[in-house]
Design a protein around this ligand. Sequence first.
Ligand SMILES: NC(=O)C1=CN([C@@H]2O[C@H](COP(=O)(O)OP(=O)(O)OC[C@H]3O[C@@H](n4cnc5c(N)ncnc54)[C@H](O)[C@@H]3O)[C@@H](O)[C@H]2O)C=CC1
Ligand SMILES: O=C(O)CCC(=O)C(=O)O
Length: 528
Amino acid sequence: MMFKILVSDPLSEEGIQPLRQADNLEIILATELSHEALLEIVKDVDAILVRSQTQVTREVIEAAMQLKMIGRAGVGVDNIDLEAATEHGIIVVNAPDGNTNSAAEHTIAMMTALARKIPQAFNSLKIGHWDRKSFIGVELKNKTLGVIGLGRIGAEVTARAKGQRMNVIAYDPFLTEEKAKKMGIGFGTIDDVLKAADFITVHTPLLKETRHLLNKEAFEKMKDGVQIINCARGGIIDEDALYNAIVSGKVAGAALDVFETEPFVGHPLLDLPEVIATPHLGASTKEAQESVAVDVSMDVVNFFNGEAVRNPVNLPSVSKEVLAKIAPFLNLAEKLGTFLSRLTDETIVGVTIHYAGELADYDVRALTRNTVKGILKRNLGDHVNDVNAKFLAERFEIKVEEHKTTTTKGFLNLMTVEVRTAVASHRVSGTLLNGLGPRIVKVDDYVVDVVPEGHLLFIKHKDQPGAIGRVGTLLAAKNINIATMQVGRSEVGGNAIMMLTIDNHVAQNETNDLTDLVDIYEVRVIDL
Ligand SMILES: NC(=O)C1=CN([C@@H]2O[C@H](COP(=O)(O)OP(=O)(O)OC[C@H]3O[C@@H](n4cnc5c(N)ncnc54)[C@H](O)[C@@H]3O)[C@@H](O)[C@H]2O)C=CC1
Ligand SMILES: O=C(O)CCC(=O)C(=O)O
């Protein structure tokens, strides 16, 4: 099968070689598209690869009827509507490591250029002035750099700033005093950083919590003559507040690579001599562009070959080691979900998954997703997948819970899934038997031993002589061949179940006359 991959922002040609080499991918290079042209071209593509220009909005996602994947060759995914992608079951991947170094180097270059007024001096020289008085700078040595956001780039900037003999103080919600000590930097609240720093650089994502993190109040807390660097995302700084803080003399200078609205042209900030700027060039190096394009292309190749992706944004990533351990259970998890969804016609309001034995040691989130996917498939078919399973469960107000216990009776591993409706609950347990594969070992209170595969008939009956024979005779009359049969009962003469595997699918209504038989209460067709 061929998949169409739209590359709608300029990506390094060397970097997209993995796409070109894949024989199931057709690449469409179409950059600088108008909004209308983008809406048209996405209609039949299977994946879109972007940098930061293309706005992958809900409208674009909803116009792309075949879309399965969005790849961001870079870190920030604020140009992609993640909620809409997740809702539509579209996986979003990014390339979080490939441009870290370039962005950190750009930050240091901007800070140095700012401190020494290099762009301003160059502009002056270009128009014929040999002016050595107007461009007195400051040294970086012994100045304090405040780093807000100590992730990949923030940490690289910190290491380089220390090389410049700067003191660094950082704030990040995940930074501990111990870690700061180990890194040889100061640790504090955001206010401590704002108050202490001579230079402040931001390296957070743009989130609700970080929008306008540097606003009027924040500038008021800073030292007089502070200088600001932003090579992360435009909206982190309130540009109007920055403008006022520069004009008032509070802020001595700002180096900006990113802006609230891009392209950023004709803005009053650009008229201020204290401001230097680049047009979002943090990641614009040959090395970074090649690296991010390779990373995202490899994930596209993996995805369309049915393999796990390395850098999912709207799915928790699973390490290779964890995946190797849980992979054999993924199929079992989905089958248990599918099985349970067929045991009731009532609305499911809750799902609890008990992981026991060796499963208790694993990161089982992928198994939970697969179980929920199996449950929802009955009504949603292909509309539910790994990406949107939990999202859809939330939307349908189905409460999903996980429990773990290291002890199991008789099994090395056991997954028990319970679904609750307003009137009843049902449980099914499954295990992976060493060398024998998956088995369903319990349904509600009945112990069974069934391979979860193919076409099943689940029959509730009364434990009476003749019940099984009557079912066999009627199925034979319908030319339905029984491949295997399991029987379980709660007590002699009490309620019992039969689980039959049959050779071909039968429709539920073809089994209606089975319930007319004496002592047969309920028949459910389950295709696994
Ligand atoms: N100018 C450019 O071309 C480039 C810009 N970027 C941008 O740089 C930023 C940082 O990227 P990475 O370091 O790769 O991301 P990262 O995810 O490794 O680090 C972000 C850090 O920000 C911290 N953070 C989140 N909320 C915070 C808050 N309220 N206050 C303080 N810290 C907070 C997080 O805990 C995390 O440690 C992103 O916005 C990314 O989009 C990245 C590459 C190139
Ligand atoms: O693609 C680019 O050049 C921008 C990179 C960027 O901003 C990011 O990775 O977050």
